[in-house]
Design a protein around this ligand. Structure first.
Ligand code: CTP
Length: 393
C-alpha cells in the first residue's frame, strides 16, 4: 500500500519513527512530508532512514523538477494519507483551507477518502472549543479522527491529548485500505473457552485461546462489518475498533448474551469452544480432598448454535467443528444438524496455536481448504466466504 505521512511539530513525533519503521517492514511504500516545526524537533534524515523513503519539507515546496510539482503530485500519490501527530495549528489550517506550507498545500489538493488524522497536544488545547469545532469540520469532510488517549503529556500535565498506541494507528490504516464486502452487516462473533465452576476456586474448561475468534473480529471490522464480540475468558487484548465487546464466563452466560443480541444480527459466527457439560451443583465452599476419588456429576449445557439454528430465519449462521477424528464427516453432519450455512472444520491440535489449517464447508456443497497459515489469514479466507453468502442473500 502507498502511504503518505504528514508529520507536524508535536513532541510525540518521536513515536512516529516507530510507526514509519513498522509500516516499511510490512512492505508498504512510504512518502513523508514534514512541517517546519517538525523539522525543528527531528531531522528529515531520521525518517528517511527508518522509512527508506523520500521526506519532503517546506524547502521542497517549489522545487519543480521535470514537471513534478510537489504538492499536487504528492496529493495524488497515496492509497492512504495519514497526518500523525497532528497539532492544533495544522488541524485548524486544514479545516479552514489554509495552505501556507507543503503539508497543508498537500491536504488542500488531496481529494481521496482514505485519510486519517492523529491529533496529539496538551489536553486544554485539545478540549478547546476551537479545536473541537475544527475536528468536527474535518470529520464531516471524511477525515477519520483517531481520538488521543488519556495520560501523562509531554508538558507534565495529565489529560486527553496523548498520541495513541501505534498499533491503533496501523490498524486504522488497514481498515481504511480494505475493501468492504461486509458493509452494513451486523455480525456477532463468539470466541474463547467457557469456564464452568466446580467450587469457588476450581473450573472445568478447555484449551481454546480465543485467537481464532479474535482474529475473525479484527478482520471483520476491516471488511466493514459492525462487530459484537462475545468472549469467554482469554488473555488476549480486545481487538481495536470492534463496536461492542461483552465478556462472559460460563456457557449459560454465553447463551444469555448471544440470545439477547441475536435478533439485531445479520450473521453469527460461533467460534467459541463452549463447554458441552457443566457441574449440576456448584459447591459453595472449596471442596476438600477428603476422599481418594471425586465424582462430579455433570449436566449438558444448551447447544447455543443449535438453538440459533432453529430460529435463524434468513440470518447467516457459521459454526466451528473441532475434532480429533473423522473431521470432514462430523463437520458436515454438524452443519446439517445445527442448520448452519457454513462450518469450519479444524483439528483439535490447532487450539491455542497461532496457526490453523481448516476446511470450510458451505451448505451448497462448496468445500475450501485453507492453510496451514496464520489465524489472521485464515480469518480473512473464512470472511470472504461469508461475504459471498452475504452478497448472495
Ligand atoms: N457450540 C454451541 N454450544 C454448545 C457447544 C458447542 O454453540 N453448548 C458450538 C460451538 O461454538 C461450535 C459448534 O457448536 O461452533 C461445534 O462445537 P463442537 O463442540 O465441536 O460440537 P458439538 O456439537 O458440541 O458436538 P461434539 O462435542 O459431540 O463433537
Amino acid at each position: 500500500m502507498k502511504i503518505l505521512i504528514g508529520i507536524t511539530g508535536c513532541i510525540a513525533l518521536y513515536k512516529v519513527a516507530e510507526l514509519v519503521s513498522s509500516l516499511r517492514k510490512s512492505g508498504n511504500e512510504l512518502k513523508i512530508v514534514m512541517t517546519q516545526s517538525a523539522e525543528k524537533l527531528v531531522s528529515k534524515d531520521l525518517f528517511s532512514a527508518v522509512g527508506n523513503c523520500e521526506v519532503y519539507s517546506d524547502s521542497n515546496a517549489f522545487e519543480i523538477k521535470n514537471g513534478f510539482i510537489p504538492h499536487t503530485e504528492l496529493s495524488k500519490w497515496p492509497d492512504v494519507f495519514v497526518v500523525a501527530p497532528a497539532t492544533a495549528n495544522t488541524i485548524a489550517k486544514i479545516a479552514h483551507g489554509i495552505a501556507d506550507n507543503l503539508l497543508t498545500m498537500v491536504c488542500l489538493a488531496h481529494d481521496g477518502n482514505k485519510k486519517l488524522l492523529v491529533p496529539a497536544m496538551n489536553y486544554r488545547m485539545y478540549e478547546n472549543a476551537a479545536t473541537q469545532a475544527n475536528l468536527q469540520i474535518l470529520r464531516d469532510r471524511g477525515w477519520w479522527i483517531l481520538e488521543p488517549s488519556v495520560g501523562h503529556l509531554a508538558c507534565g500535565e495529565f489529560g486527553k491529548g496523548r498520541y495513541p498506541e501505534n498499533e491503533l494507528v496501523r490498524e486504522a490504516i488497514e481498515i481504511l485500505n480494505s475493501e468492504k464486502p461486509l458493509k452494513d452487516m451486523k455480525l456477532l462473533i463468539t470466541a474463547g473457552p467457557t469456564w464452568e465452576s466446580i467450587d469457588p476456586v476450581r473450573i472445568i474448561s478447555n484449551r481454546s485461546s480465543g485467537k481464532m475468534g479474535y482474529e475473525l473480529a479484527k478482520m471483520a471490522v476491516r471488511l466493514g462489518a459492525t462487530v459484537t464480540l462475545i468472549s469467554g475468558p482469554t488473555n488476549l487484548s480486545v481487538p481495536h475498533f470492534v463496536n461492542e465487546f461483552i465478556r462472559v464466563e460460563s456457557a449459560q452466560q454465553m447463551f444469555d448474551a448471544v440470545t439477547k443480541k441475536f435478533d439485531q444480527m445479520d450473521a453469527v459466527i460461533m467460534a467459541a469452544a463452549v463447554a458441552d457439560y457443566t457441574p449440576i451443583d456448584i459447591s459453595k465452599s472449596k471442596i476438600k480432598k477428603d476422599s481418594d476419588e471425586l465424582n462430579i456429576p455433570l449436566k449438558k449445557t444448551i447447544d447455543i448454535l443449535k438453538y440459533l439454528g432453529e430460529r435463524k430465519k434468513d440470518k447467516i449462521l457459521v459454526g466451528f467443528a473441532v475434532e480429533t477424528d473423522s473431521l470432514e464427516e462430523y463437520a458436515k453432519e454438524k452443519m446439517v444438524k445445527k442448520n448452519l450455512d457454513m462450518i469450519i472444520a479444524n483439528k483439535a491440535e490447532a487450539m491455542g496455536n497461532d496457526q490453523n489449517n481448516v476446511i470450510i464447508f458451505k451448505r451448497d456443497g462448496i468445500v475450501k481448504r485453507v492453510g496451514p497459515d496464520e489465524k489472521g489469514r485464515i480469518a480473512l479466507a473464512i470472511l470472504s466466504e461469508l461475504a459471498e453468502l452475504w452478497n448472495r442473500s
